[in-house]
Design a protein around this ligand. Structure first.
Ligand code: PHB
Length: 402
């Protein structure tokens, strides 16, 4: 953050923190009601995620991952038990301010974890900037959150949209591909992933010949697939996720394009969907900060624990939720659970080295992961790692005065 901005923020937060110490949260303190706590009160964690609609599975995986990280610490973070408050954001940006206010004003949560959809992320930002609540975003890649709108209390454990497609330019170049069409939903995530790809591809001498969009969450792809067939690019690059990714992969195959024009994308296209698409995704190559077959001790342990606990295979969203729990644990451990010491929590989270199933990562000054981008290829039911497409890729954080 900007030095002066940060200093004044820290002072304000320190005062709030001191008030909390004097008031309610620390062991053995006499509360105004006369009640004595033998231990600290529960930490209130607000989960604002999609539990209905196209991104439902993503919201569930993030929730599972977060709870697994908490369970691995005996159900406590910084020594405090957790009380969850949950809001279904329906991936609806228009309802975002009202939904996040339910957590902040009504439930008075200490921390907000959310969300998946970039438009909803931006709809949460104003409320959370004003309240100063610690906010960990476990998915939505909206560039502004860790760019022009960055703030001391905003953190992300996932990716920026730009980051998720930027390495694809190099990947296509290495295959001798010179022209591509990008197809996606028309909203911040799709547009920013298109920009990230375009920048990387053009730097390598490639040409993005057409951008094709449809409104979120529509899945009527037919007319656009017909257009792609008539343009005949050397490659198609896309961003779709969840239910929309399943439908797109199947429609691409049904339109006769599979095997004719190679399909690429950010790895959200093929993560968490392979059981549902038959062989429609076979051979599709993507870039992402997670992959199958990483073969590390941490990833193996995580996968085993996740499968045992939820009877499901984890995906990138589960990893991001898990890492949100890990990052919060780092912050709360440093202040022994006293979330009122916000400056202390922030400082510890900024310095955290996260031992993630994806591989180790740290945060940039704008609070976005600096991380390896893997090249993956669908082989059977796996997004098999092919190598690292870009080592330690950092988002440019344009406009963030950190
Ligand atoms: C987003 O809206 O930022 C978003 C949604 C789903 C994904 C990735 C990004 O899988």
């Amino acid at each position: 953050m900007h030095k002066n901005q940060k200093a004044s923020y820290d002072r304000r937060e320190f005062l709030r923190g001191s008030a909390a110490i004097a008031g309610t949260t620390v062991a053995g303190v006499l509360l105004p009601t006369g009640q004595v706590f033998g231990q600290q009160a529960k930490l209130k964690v607000g989960l604002m995620l999609p539990y209905t609609g196209t991104y439902t599975q993503l919201g569930i995986a993030i929730t599972n991952g977060f709870k697994l990280a908490v369970e691995e610490r005996g159900g406590k973070l910084g020594g405090r038990e957790i009380e969850y408050f949950t809001v279904d954001d329906e991936s609806n940006p228009a309802k975002a301010p009202e939904n996040v206010s339910k957590l902040v004003q009504r439930d008075k949560v200490d921390v907000v974890i959310g969300t998946v959809h970039s438009g909803v992320v931006m709809g949460m930002a104003k409320v959370l900037k004003e309240s100063g609540t610690i906010w960990i975003n476990p998915n939505g890649g909206a560039g502004a959150m860790t760019g022009a709108a960055c703030a001391p209390n905003f953190f992300r454990t996932s990716f920026s949209n730009w980051q998720s497609t930027h390495a694809l330019g190099k990947v296509l170049k290495a295959k001798g591909i010179k022209t591509a069409v990008f197809i996606t939903h028309k909203y911040a995530a799709g547009e920013e992933m298109m920009e990230g790809f375009k920048e990387g591809f053009e730097k390598e001498g490639g040409k993005l010949v057409k951008e094709l969009y449809l409104p979120f969450p529509q899945v009527e792809f037919q007319a656009l697939l017909t257009e792609i067939a008539s343009i005949k690019p050397e490659a198609v690059v896309c961003f779709f996720a969840g239910g929309a990714a399943i439908k797109f992969l199947k429609d691409y195959q049904a339109a006769g394009l599979k095997g004719k024009i190679p399909l690429f994308g950010s790895g959200f296209l093929t993560d968490g969907v392979l059981d549902a698409v038959g062989d429609a995704a076979e051979g599709v190559e993507t870039t992402l900060h997670y992959a199958d077959g990483l073969d590390t001790k941490k990833d193996k342990a995580f996968r085993l624990a996740y499968a045992k606990t939820f009877k499901l295979q984890p995906d990138v969203y589960a990893v991001q939720g898990y890492d949100a729990g890990q990052l919060l644990a780092a912050g709360l451990d440093a202040v022994k659970g006293n979330i009122g010491d916000k400056a202390g929590v922030i400082k510890a989270m900024e310095a955290a080295k996260i031992d993630s199933p994806r591989g180790p990562w740290t945060l940039s000054k704008s609070h976005n992961p600096v991380q390896d981008m893997y090249l993956r290829k669908v082989v059977g039911k796996e997004n098999k790692v092919q190598g690292v497409a870009w080592k330690a890729l950092a988002d440019p954080a344009r406009g963030c005065k950190a």
